[in-house]
Design a protein around this ligand. Sequence first.
Ligand code: ADE
Ligand code: ZN
Length: 324
Amino acid sequence: MKTFIENMPKAELHVHIEGTLEPELSFALAQKNGVTLNAKTPEEMIAAYNFHDLPSFLDIYYAGMSVLIGEEDFYQLTMAYLTRAAQQNIVYVELFFDPQAHTSRGVSFHTVISGIDRARTDAATQLNVECQLILCFLRDMSAESAMQHLMMAEPYIDKLVGVGLDSDEKNNPPEKFSAVFAKARDMGLKLTMHCDVNQDNTLEHIRQVIEEIKVDRIDHGVNILASTELCDLAKAKKLGLTVCPVSNKFVVQSLTSKEIKDMLALGLTPCINSDDPSYFRAYLNENLVALQEEGGFSKQELVTLVENSFKASWLSEEGKAHYL
Ligand code: ADE
Ligand code: ZN
């Protein structure tokens, strides 16, 4: 099964570029940029990754970004992930990035997007990995800040496929960003939002993303299973759900294999993703292998999950046909 999973050409739709920062690169960049890290070795850094919920993860995730300063740093980070993706037989990626986490530290939007986009272009020719970018707004910052960043992105619009919403969900409902997402849609961008597992008001958040924001996809969204009405809506709209098993394990102590099977049985469109693979110590293949071991998924079910990634992607119809 492991070899079968490794050999399948795959797509990944839910991976945060900042969540791919490996400790070794972190140390190299810290030395280059004169940044002091809390840990003395990569092993010590990994040993401190003891998250048990979303906020405890986010604290470490944001602290880790302090080593990313120049355009070349963002290039190296992105090239490292896309190289890893190629090794995992991932042929297509939709990659999240969090500009506000960098502009708030004095790194310009131009620096961030230029480095990431240069790697994206190089990966297409050098690695045969196709990649599109999703600008993510931090939901624990204001809607005004999100709108300012959307405006900052306007000159770079041809480099983006969509916008997303991530970070701490508590007291930050989707509707806080209604105007920002409406504007993004007017600009021709696709829309997605995180509805992390077991957050406060999760069903109301899922309802808002489907009915009010009218997203094109939902990130995580596992709690949808508690509402027949929402499942019917998601099915009718063929909404992809980008589930992240190993990430879920940190929050709900389960890879949510049962929930993923239930989604398949209901005719929903779940697909499997790594979220923050460096912090959770599992890239896409490791997520699929762990999921298969926990849930006993058949080869056909695994193929369906991988096909769902392409179906739920924001490739053109011709692009999808090329891979499916
Ligand atoms: N930012 C990076 N990973 C995230 C996640 N799983 N949930 C919310 N925000 C995130
Ligand atoms: Zn995520």
